[in-house]
Design a protein around this ligand. Structure first.
Ligand code: PLP
Length: 566
């Protein structure tokens, strides 16, 4: 067994290694990278990347279907990976390991193939307040289908499931209890042993969302004694598009697949109907992500030695990173943690006074720092904590103390009130006539190099937005789909020309509104619909950062404008 070495660990990740120049000032937008978005997905070590290449270049074939050698080789590797997962989580039987696309699909299978068939009106599904949408929405759908009711376990002030409330929330009416092993926002290891035991005591089925746990903890599903455990490969250094549904065999056998197709059947006949394949195949309709599954085995090989008890170096190093980051951030006056106390894994969520989360995240991006802002697919948690969203730093064992220090220094710079003024654009853009405005903006961005300078210009343009009166901020003017709040109103004059006014709580969005308005204000509906926004953003050199197809609000703004201009 190899002992953990932070340096050697980091060297395994080509993407991280290739962006090792974060100290250098970021002038072209991608010269450095500090990747602190590991809870969304981790980077991949070389052996995982190689394994996909080897499969495609040396033994690409479909699995289970053919008698030729190539298929046998692929099938052997594919099933070997299943056995690796079985060992990794301590499952009793290989039939209990179902391949899925990810944790989300795994939960949907339990909801649709089991819960939908057994839930009765008025029966209860218990979730926790900090769940990811993946562990909420499938249950809401099944509750709607069956008339079941969702109940929510509250949190302690430190963000853990409050076990003092178990007896009052989990009752004889409870049929399912579904909760995360670790929240993707709070980074707390939930007391799932107690939750599972309580579920068991009322004959409820327990579903544990292990998406954030598997890269940090040794999981043993038999000693946990949960009924289902789900996770995704991509959050544990594996490929995207592969996940696992672990379920107790007896339960899986009782379930009816909710997807049909090839591979999941024993016989199909127009006269006799269909009989399903045995476990695990009856839940694996269609050609699976073979390359992904095979590469996933490599990520398990890569990670497993570090998770074993005798090798404390990995978790000690992760602890050191999270403590350092938590303490350094705590020294910044404006930083407020969304719950108190150091998290158990490197997931640190906070807000900063007087600054919009979205602005902070995009400003840090100009320093080559990738952190996340928004609701983190946990809108009910934001509501529970009475916040609109937050910033999240999520660390992995390839991150370093130096990266954390750099991040904290950059955050301090961003939070300095005069940051934008100090780094002010050389040239003031004068907003005059509409066509002049568009030309001025194009000319300005043509001279501006690098994402950091362009970002600064966007923020400065935001100051020029003629802001929508506050009284007009309502559900009608709200732009949904924007990470921050934005409101938009249109007026049409006698010539059929549209004028838009808008506002947002994020500076970056205010800047984008000015850019978009310079192109679309004072135009007819036809002109608005014909305008090529992608081309415009390409001209401005912004497309790769603010692609209208991305979830940064730009798409939502443009869509709303088009909707209003009929
Ligand atoms: N559950 C938790 C706690 C997560 O953090 C995530 C992803 O962020 C998911 C479920 C969904 O995982 P996936 O998108 O891989 O299906």
């Amino acid at each position: 067994m190899s002992l953990f070495s932070a340096i050697k660990f980091r060297q395994q990740f080509p993407l991280i290694e290739s962006f090792n120049t974060y100290e250098v000032e970021n002038t072209n937008g991608l010269s450095g990278l500090v990747y602190f978005d590991n809870a969304a997905t981790t980077q991949k070590p070389q052996q995982v990347i190689d394994s996909q290449n080897i499969y495609y270049s040396q033994y690409n074939a479909n699995v289970h279907r053919a008698s030729h050698q190539l298929s046998s080789k692929a099938t052997f590797a594919f099933e070997k990976a299943r056995n690796k997962v079985r060992n990794f989580i301590g499952a009793n039987n290989i039939k209990e390991i179902i391949w899925t696309k990810g944790a989300t699909e795994s939960i949907n299978i339990v909801a649709q193939s089991l819960a939908r068939n057994i839930l009765k009106r008025g029966e209860e599904i218990v979730l926790c307040a900090s769940e990811h949408h993946a562990n909420i929405v499938p249950w809401q759908i099944v509750a709607e289908q069956t008339g079941a009711v969702i109940k929510v376990l509250p949190l302690t002030v430190n963000g853990y499931i409050d076990i003092t409330q178990l007896d009052s929330v989990i009752t004889e009416k409870t049929r399912f209890v579904a909760c995360a092993h670790i929240s993707n926002v709070l980074g707390r290891i939930n007391p799932i042993e107690q939750v599972i035991a309580k579920a068991k005591s009322v004959d409820a089925i327990s579903v544990i969302d292990g998406a954030q746990a598997v890269a940090h903890l040794t999981v043993d599903v038999q000693s946990l004694d949960c009924d289902f455990y789900v996770f995704s490969a991509h959050k544990m250094y594996g490929p995207t598009g592969v996940g696992v549904l672990y379920g107790k065999k007896v339960l899986l056998e009782s379930m009816t697949p909710y997807q049909g197709g090839g591979e999941m059947i024993k016989t199909v006949s127009f006269t006799q109907g269909t009989s399903f394949n045995s476990l695990p195949f009856k839940f694996e309709a269609g050609t699976p992500n073979i390359a992904g599954v095979i590469a996933f085995a490599q990520s398990i090989d890569f990670l497993s030695p570090f998770l074993v008890d005798e090798n404390k170096g990995y978790s000690r190093y992760e602890d050191k990173l999270v403590k350092h980051c938590y303490q350094a951030l705590a020294k910044i006056e404006q930083v407020k943690y969304i719950v108190e106390g150091t998290p158990d894994i490197g997931v640190i969520a906070f807000t900063v006074a007087d600054h919009h989360n979205h602005d902070v995240a995009t400003s840090l991006d100009t320093f080559g720092i990738a952190i996340r802002s928004g609701h983190h697919c946990a809108m009910p948690l934001m509501e529970y904590l009475n916040i609109d969203g937050c910033l999240r730093v999520s660390l992995a064992a390839y991150n370093t103390i130096a990266e954390i220090d750099y991040f904290v220094d950059c955050l301090k710079k961003v939070l300095l009130d005069d940051y934008l003024v100090k780094n002010n654009a050389k040239e003031e853009i004068i907003l005059t006539s509409q066509s002049q405005e568009l030309e001025n903006i194009i000319a300005l961005f043509a001279k501006t190099k690098g994402w950091d300078s362009r970002h600064r210009e966007i923020m400065l343009l935001g100051k020029k937005l003629i802001r929508l009166d506050k009284t007009l901020r309502d559900d009608k003017t709200l732009i949904s789909g924007c990470e921050s709040y934005a409101w938009l109103k249109s007026e049409q004059d006698a010539q059929g020309l549209y004028t838009f006014t808008a506002d947002s709580d994020a500076k970056i969005i205010r800047g984008l509104l000015v850019i978009v308005f310079s192109a679309l204000n004072n135009k007819t509906a036809l002109q608005i619909h014909k305008f090529d926004i992608n081309d415009y953003f390409t001209k401005l050199g912004l497309l790769q950062h603010l692609s209208p197809s991305r979830g940064n609000g730009l798409l939502a703004i443009v869509e709303k404008i088009k909707m209003l201009a009929k």
